[in-house]
Design a protein around this ligand. Structure first.
Ligand SMILES: *Cc1c(COP(=O)(O)O)cnc(C)c1O
Length: 400
């Protein structure tokens, strides 16, 4: 998955360009920057790569989500439908907007189930936020047509799925806005960074201003720019953007390697009848950062996860017990623990977060194991890995 595995001279060169000018800021200083506009370059290259009309970089993926909410008019008291399997950042960004996360079940895509959204819609619902988890897609067409029918804003959290497509169209380009992250463990990284993409010029203009204190970025004197709206500072630095420029050029190589490595492991696992695989609506568009599969029940999944660990197969995740990605362990969220009082505490009609149940999501997550797909495995390492993995499942199969 992570771009950090293939850092090299390309990244160093881009960063050195910035250091040589001393202009670490993405705006202005036209005379001294010697033509280096790393943030602008990364934005136009990323927009082109993804097939989006516009792209604006931010200081993180979390910031990208915050920018998307602001630009799309999601704010105080608005309800946003989200899946319970995501990274907590998705939820934090909603809370930051003063909006209300409303959870809806996932399906075997490990993403938001289009069929379950209807049951959580209220008169306050403003947006739906599917999260394309672990490198692959939700049933995004169904979710989009549901949103169109109901007049809801669709924002995609594609932070984990850069380069993935559905029927040839990039994830992140199906709704009003899409969000990406380039944090240290994402498909490509620039240390810290994120991006929003959109085809809507007006949304882009709002995003561009919101992420920089409302600056309209018109003219070439920053001090004289207009401020049509309030905003905040979610800017990326030129140093980070420079790394991104180099990493983006490696995206196709990364995807190709991941897909190859994933296929070999998946083929080896396919011989075990007790294993079934995550539903991927368009397998060709999978970015292949993870191989996710299901065991028949929770106890077999727990046993398999433990045995894989004991056999030295690293980077296997049993999300059901993992406090980063599944709501079951998010006690801090359920109790809304924060150093300061959250805007959401002013809202009367809140979901009872400590009480909501997710029978369908639980039954899926309790059976799910995900394996991280690395770029840096040699053929030999991959072969050894497969030997260990098949050894584990042969043993489990024999006992049953
Ligand atoms: C990584 C991630 C984010 C946030 O990205 P940061 O750049 O770490 O702020 C948001 N959503 C999901 C699903 C992520 O995996």
């Amino acid at each position: 998955m992570p771009g950090f595995e293939i850092f090299g001279d390309e990244e160093r060169k881009e960063v050195q360009d910035v250091l040589d000018t001393g202009v670490l800021f993405r705006y202005g200083f036209d005379g001294v920057r010697k033509g280096h506009w790393k943030a602008k370059t990364f934005e136009s290259e990323l927009a082109k790569r993804i097939g989006a009309g516009y792209c604006h970089l931010s200081s993180s993926g979390t910031a990208a989500l915050c920018i998307a909410f602001a630009a799309c008019g999601i704010g105080a008291g608005d309800e946003v439908v989200v899946p319970p399997f995501t990274f907590i950042a998705t939820i934090e960004a909603i809370l930051d907007a003063g909006a209300v996360p409303v959870f809806s079940e996932i399906d075997e895509t490990l993403c938001l189930d289009p069929k379950s959204i209807e049951s959580v819609i209220t008169s306050r619902t403003k947006a739906v936020l599917p999260v394309h988890m672990c490198g692959a897609m939700a049933h995004i067409e169904e979710i989009r047509s549901f949103c169109d029918q109901k007049g809801l804003v669709l924002i995609e959290d594609a932070c984990q799925s850069l380069g993935a497509t559905f029927n040839g169209k990039s994830l992140g380009t199906f709704g009003q806005m899409g969000c990406f992250s380039f944090d240290p463990v994402k498909t490509i990284t620039c240390g810290e960074g994120g991006a929003v993409v959109t085809d809507d010029k007006e949304l882009y203009t709002l995003a561009d201003a919101y992420a920089d204190h409302g600056h309209d970025h018109i003219g070439n004197d920053r001090g004289l720019e207009g401020h049509p709206i309030l905003g905040t500072n979610f800017r990326i630095s030129e140093l980070n953007a420079a790394v991104g420029v180099a990493q983006l050029k490696k995206l196709d190589f990364i995807l190709e390697k991941q897909r190859l490595h994933k296929k070999v492991i998946k083929d080896a696992l396919a011989q075990f009848p007790e294993i079934s695989f995550r539903d991927i609506p368009d397998p060709k568009g999978d970015s292949a950062t993870f191989l996710s599969f299901f065991l028949p029940d929770e106890s077999q999944a727990r046993e398999a996860a433990a045995s894989l660990g004991n056999a030295g197969v690293d980077s296997c995740f049993y999300w059901y017990d993992n406090n980063w990605h599944y709501i079951r362990q998010w006690d801090h969220f359920k109790k809304l623990k924060s150093p300061a009082r959250l805007p959401i505490t002013l809202i009367k009609e809140l979901p009872e977060y400590e009480k909501i149940k997710f029978p369908k999501s639980d039954s899926i997550m309790a059976r799910t194991i995900s394996m991280l797909i690395k770029l840096s495995w040699t053929e030999e390492e991959l072969a050894q890995r497969i030997e260990k993995i098949t050894g584990v499942f042969k043993k489990i199969g024999n006992i049953k």
